[in-house]
Design a protein around this ligand. Sequence first.
Ligand code: ATP
Length: 277
Amino acid sequence: MVSIQNLSFSYRKKPVFNGLNLSFQAGHVYGLLGKNGTGKSSLLRNIAGLLFPQKGTISVNGFTPGDRLPIFLQDVFMVPEEFYLPDIPVPDFIRSYVPFYPRFNSDKFRDYMAVFEIPSDSTLQNMSYGQKKKVLISFALASNAKLLLMDEPTNGLDIMSKSQLRKILAQALDEERCIIISTHQVKDLENLIDRITVIDDGKILFDQNVEDISRKLSFRFAIDEADLADALYSESSLAGNVIVTPSREEEETRLDLELLYKAIVTNSSKITKLFHP
Ligand SMILES: Nc1ncnc2c1ncn2[C@@H]1O[C@H](COP(=O)(O)OP(=O)(O)OP(=O)(O)O)[C@@H](O)[C@H]1O
């Protein structure tokens, strides 16, 4: 659905990407991870056609985002970290924005709002940041856009709302849809993301399916000193040393995204070798 080839992008004085290659397929939820300032938001904005590459190409459903053709825009929805919504009643907001999304589904919008426990006839003016975000996310999903770009969607959501969001996103995913989520709050989206892409210093540090990660890596307590010494990453906790280590045969452990991320950024060469022997 999204194909990025040889992308170079910089702000006036700040190079962000130089020759980035990456693709995103329909039917998946991608977790885009990376340190502050590595370019996650800039990448999402390039994909949405809000920023333009200096070199290279981006193709989304066969369109070049920077052309901003209406037929492209109706199939892409970006939920940015910071956003503005007008101080108007929700029904007026819907009436104003629905014409841009011909496949918008009002019933689904009401369903998502109900899951988030926000009355569909309320007013944006009286809402908190988190409540407005829920309206925007409900709109994004109900738009039926094939590509959903979400920048830190769980920021500002309370604990219950985070699980409501996971539920809604899981419901909204189908084979035609691709959801790319940039986040630091990996725990919030565990069990939802099915491919992890880590960007570091403008490059792809890691890009693997959760299934392959679970097959190749194990997340557990160290058995003894030797086990600890062999680990790709370790962290002490009250219950013992937690480690990320290559899986032994037929060993199945629960993927811990936070530990995985730490292992990737601290020991990327060994992890890369494990996935690309
Ligand atoms: N409008 C801008 N003008 C100039 N430089 C910018 C602008 N926006 C971002 N940058 C710089 O570009 C780099 C990438 O920023 P970006 O916001 O894409 O990173 P990020 O990975 O999303 O960061 P975070 O995790 O903190 O949200 C950073 O070094 C940042 O300082």
